[in-house]
Write a protein that binds this ligand. Structure first.
Ligand SMILES: [Zn+2]
Ligand SMILES: [Zn+2]
Length: 296
C-alpha cells in the first residue's frame, strides 16, 4: 500500500497539492487554473478521473480560484467547511458557475472527522480572516498527512495533528524584517502578521514536534517577503546543523511542483522516494523554462 503526495504549487498566489492512493486521489486546494492543473497532473502522471474530491481550506482566491473552471470538466465533490461555502456564495455575482460548486459541496466540521472513501478527513480550524478557514489532517490507513497554512498562530490541535503525521506541509509565509521592509501599507502588514505564520513562528513550533518518520515541507511562501534563502537563515538560527535534520525536509516551490513524496504503509513506514534533502534549500524559485513558456 503506497501513497504519494506532491505540492503542485504553494504560495500566496496559488496553492494546489495532490494526494494519490491506490483507492483514489484527493486534490488539496484549487488555487491554480484548470490549464495549469491539467498540465501538472499530466506531468505527475495522474489521470483527472482518479480524483475523488477537492479539499478547499478557505475561500481566498489563492486556494479556490480555479474551482469554477476545474469543476466544469471534473464532476467531483468539493470538501469544505460551511463557512468556506458561504464564502463561495460571495463569488456568485461575479461568476454564476460558483452556484454549481456550492451544490457539489460536502461539509467538513471541526467536531467530527469526515469519512470519505478510504480517507478520514479532519478539519483543523485556523486563525485567519476567512469564514470557516481550516487546515487538514488526513488519515489513510496508518498514514497521516497534515496541511496547515494560512494561520496567524499554530494551535494545540495543529501540533497534535502534525505530531501524528508522516507528511506535513507547514506554512512559512514571511520573514518579519522583509515584510516590514516591503512597500505594503501598515494595515496590510498587520493583517499578514495576524493571519499567516512567519518563519520564526514555524521554527519555534518545530521544537514541539516529534521528528520521527516525518517528511516536512515548508510552504505558502510570500513572493515579496520571503525566499528559500531567508527560510534557510531562520533554520540556521534555530541552532541545528542544517545537514543533521532528522527528517526529509524541503521548501515548496511557488509556481511549479515540488518533489513527489512516496510512503509505503505497513508495520514500518519506509523512507520517501525522490524527496529532496536540505540541499534543495539552495534552489531558487525560478520555474523551469518549459513552464514559463507554457503559461506566458
Ligand atoms: Zn493562502
Ligand atoms: Zn488565505
Amino acid at each position: 500500500m503506497k501513497i504519494k503526495f506532491q505540492a503542485l504549487a504553494s504560495g500566496s498566489n496559488g496553492n494546489c497539492g495532490i494526494l494519490t492512493t491506490p483507492e483514489g486521489a484527493l486534490l488539496i486546494e484549487a488555487g491554480i487554473t484548470r490549464k495549469k492543473l491539467l498540465y501538472l497532473l499530466r506531468k505527475a502522471k495522474i489521470s483527472p478521473t482518479d480524483l475523488q474530491g477537492i479539499l478547499i481550506s478557505h475561500s481566498h482566491s489563492d486556494h479556490c480560484r480555479g474551482l469554477p473552471v476545474i469543476t466544469e470538466s471534473l464532476n467531483v465533490p468539493i470538501i469544505s467547511s460551511k463557512g468556506t461555502r458561504e464564502g463561495f456564495r460571495g463569488f456568485q455575482s461575479l461568476d454564476s458557475r460558483w452556484k454549481h460548486i456550492t451544490k457539489k459541496s460536502v461539509t467538513i466540521n471541526s467536531s467530527t472527522a469526515l469519512s470519505f472513501g478510504a480517507f478520514q478527513i479532519h478539519s483543523l480550524p485556523t486563525v485567519h480572516d476567512a469564514l470557516g478557514a481550516n487546515g487538514f489532517f488526513i488519515e489513510y490507513n496508518d498514514i497521516g498527512i497534515s496541511i496547515v497554512t494560512d494561520t496567524g498562530r499554530l494551535l494545540p490541535h495543529h501540533l497534535d495533528a502534525i505530531n501524528k503525521s508522516n507528511i506535513v506541509l507547514l506554512e512559512m509565509n514571511h520573514d518579519i524584517a522583509a515584510l516590514y521592509r516591503s512597500h505594503r501599507t501598515i494595515w496590510l502588514k498587520k493583517r499578514i502578521r495576524g493571519t499567516h505564520l512567519d518563519n520564526g513562528q514555524t521554527i519555534d513550533a518545530l521544537s514541539q514536534i516529534d521528528t520521527e518518520s516525518k517528511v516536512l515541507m515548508f510552504g505558502h511562501l510570500s513572493g515579496e517577503c520571503n525566499s528559500p534563502k531567508l527560510v534557510k537563515n531562520e533554520l540556521a538560527k534555530w541552532g541545528k546543523d542544517i545537514e543533521d535534520f532528522p527528517w526529509d525536509c524541503y521548501i515548496c516551490r511557488r509556481n511549479s511542483p515540488g518533489p513527489l513524496i512516496t510512503l509505503s504503509g505497513g508495520d514500518k513506514l519506509s523512507s520517501s522516494e525522490n524527496s529532496l534533502n536540505l540541499n534543495s534549500l539552495k534552489e531558487t524559485y525560478k520555474p523551469p523554462k518549459d513552464l514559463l513558456s507554457y503559461f506566458s
